[in-house]
Design a protein around this ligand. Structure first.
Ligand code: NAP
Ligand code: GLV
Length: 327
């Protein structure tokens, strides 16, 4: 009788140090994996063994990183946006990439709607005035916001989140315009959404909400010229990526009163230093990238990233794979 074959060595994977340990149970409990928490904890001598890497959107997955790990087969990004990933380099290195679409759609759309409502009613300014002692009596003409019913929302990028925002806004009585590369018949049918060019959308909308992925095509899509096309009574919402917008042009437009308000969940850079002029621009609400920040959604994103990582390590199709050839 021949001796049984030795068990294969476990596959080495790295997960980010910033995720709660129990969200990562699927990888820690999975047989055949050796899990290291944090790339910094991976000894240099073991770099050639790394097969799978889970990362946050703050980790650039680029040529420099990929060339350190010749055995890497899969990267699992804990985000739907993957502008941190050099897709061409991954293709060259034979590394598959997963992301987390869908599971964060509702949370992010809720946040976009929160920003829209807060900007519409000047929530932050009203609270600041009250705290600063400027709330001396109830005045009928003080802290006047704008109504949503009958207002036009222009959705730039009518994908999963853009559509979810449009559904919410439609329930508030808003008219929906959208700009996307391809028509969205379902949104047109169910919401009466109207497709238009970006210029038409900017000129007609009372609120413009950005939902395109950051790509070479969408970098600074909303620049000074685009902002100048918007109505001075319009409000800009950005929950996509900071670099989709020219922030300096936005700051200038807000100071000059050429735009009613802005509400941003994403900025460039992130984190945005507290002394950044965006924080002191008038009628500008800035949040620290919390679009998907509910415990339920962040856990779901991590679970999908775990599933992508395990599938990639085992050579199976990723549950949510990025098309590396498309970029
Ligand atoms: P998605 O379903 O892929 O939607 C993106 C949409 O943008 C697509 O439907 C696409 O439609 C459209 N698009 C792409 N390039 C365009 C262009 N050049 N011009 C016009 N439209 C374009 O993605 P999603 O799940 O909605 O997420 C969208 C983005 O939101 C992510 O990439 C990420 O950057 C951001 N995000 C932020 C947070 C946050 O915490 N703030 C959370 C989640 C996501 P067509 O192909 O038809 O043009
Ligand atoms: C968050 O910004 C994401 O892209 O998931």
């Amino acid at each position: 009788m021949s001796a049984p074959a030795p068990a294969p060595a476990p596959a080495l994977i790295v997960v980010p140090p910033d995720l709660p340990r129990d969200w990562l149970d699927p990888v820690f409990d999975h047989p055949g994996l050796e899990v290291i928490v944090g790339l910094d904890a991976l000894p240099e001598a073991r770099q050639p063994e790394l097969v799978g890497l889970m990362c946050l959107l703050s980790t650039p997955i680029d040529e420099a990183l990929l060339s350190r790990f010749p055995a890497l087969r899969v990267v699992a990004n804990v985000a739907v946006g993957y502008d941190n990933v050099d897709t061409a380099a991954c293709l060259r290195h034979g590394v598959r990439v997963g992301n987390t679409p869908g599971v964060l759609t509702d949370a992010t759309a809720d946040l976009a709607m929160t920003l829209l409502l807060a900007a519409a009613r000047g929530l932050v300014e009203a609270r600041e005035d009250a705290l600063a002692g400027r709330w001396q009596k109830w005045k009928p003409d003080r802290w006047l916001g704008v109504e949503l019913r009958g207002a036009k929302l222009g959705v730039v990028g009518l994908g999963q989140i853009g559509y979810a925002v449009a559904r919410r806004a439609s329930a508030f009585g808003m008219d929906i315009l959208y700009h996307s590369r391809s028509p969205k018949p379902e949104a047109e049918r169910s919401l009466g959404a109207r497709r238009c060019t970006l210029d038409e959308l900017l000129a007609a909308s009372d609120f413009v909400s950005l939902h395109v992925p950051l790509s070479p095509e969408t970098h600074r899509l909303i620049d000074a010229a685009a902002l100048a096309r918007m109505k001075p009574t319009a409000t800009l919402i950005n929950t996509a990526r900071g670099a989709v917008l020219d922030q300096d042009a936005l700051i200038a437009a807000l100071h000059a009163g050429r735009l009613r308000a802005a509400a941003l969940d994403v900025t460039e850079p992130e984190p945005l230093p507290p002394e950044h002029p965006l924080f002191s621009a008038p009628r500008c609400l800035v949040l620290p990238h919390v679009g998907s920040a509910t415990a339920t959604t962040r856990r779901r994103m991590t679970e999908l990233a775990c599933a992508n990582l395990i599938a990639g390590v085992e050579g199976r199709a990723l549950p949510a794979a990025i098309d590396l050839g498309a970029g």
